[in-house]
Design a protein around this ligand. Structure first.
Ligand code: SF4
Length: 184
């Protein structure tokens, strides 16, 4: 009789994203019951552990890096995760936030804080406690090594489930079927 497979550990984090990828993760619905047979949950915005402080088998990262805090969080997360997966277009390409790439920073600040229709205070925030904004959005693989990519905005829940299930069972990650590419 074969030994039952050891449970892996799973953590997730969110950088410059909209949490839609985490919502898609939760959309695996009842398969979450199977997932908890395969993984023990570690730090994640969807549970009560907020900081990863020990090695973890699999990490899912949503969102790219738009500021120094994102870079710090991503580097720390990478340090602890054996397999790190970029989940969704924001993590893989910068996604929607990357629409600002190519626009001069001075223009961005002027529009956001001085001239935009909702600018009441006419002050550009500047404080050492506020993470510094980066010159552009950086996809995660430009900051740390990424082991797997799950495209989509957000990736289809089935793709997230199949990927986590394959990793837990020691199987290769399958190519994403065309009908599961999701950009809506
Ligand atoms: Fe949101 Fe799409 Fe970015 Fe995921 S890829 S964080 S769903 S905008």
């Amino acid at each position: 009789m074969s030994e039952p497979r050891k449970k892996l550990t799973l953590a997730t984090t969110s950088l410059a994203g909209c949490f839609g990828c985490h919502m898609s993760f939760l959309d695996i619905d009842e398969k979450i019951l199977e997932l908890v047979q395969l993984y023990d949950f570690r730090a994640s915005p969807i549970d009560d552990f907020k900081k990863l402080t020990e090695p973890c088998d699999v990490g899912l990262v949503e969102g790219g890096c738009c500021n120094t805090h994102n870079v710090h969080v991503l580097r720390e997360f990478r340090k602890y995760c054996r397999i790190l997966v970029s989940v969704g277009q924001c993590a893989i390409t910068g996604g929607l936030p990357a629409m600002r790439n190519g626009i001069p920073m001075s223009e961005l600040f002027t529009e956001s804080y001085l001239k935009g229709p909702t600018c009441d205070s006419q002050i550009i925030p500047h404080d050492e406690d506020i993470p510094a904004i980066l010159d552009r959005i950086y996809p995660c693989h430009e900051v740390v090594k990424i082991d797997a990519f799950l495209p989509g905005c957000p990736p289809h829940p089935e793709v997230i489930w199949e990927t986590l299930s394959a990793i837990a069972k020691g199987k290769p990650i399958e190519a994403i079927p065309y009908q599961h590419f999701k950009f809506d």
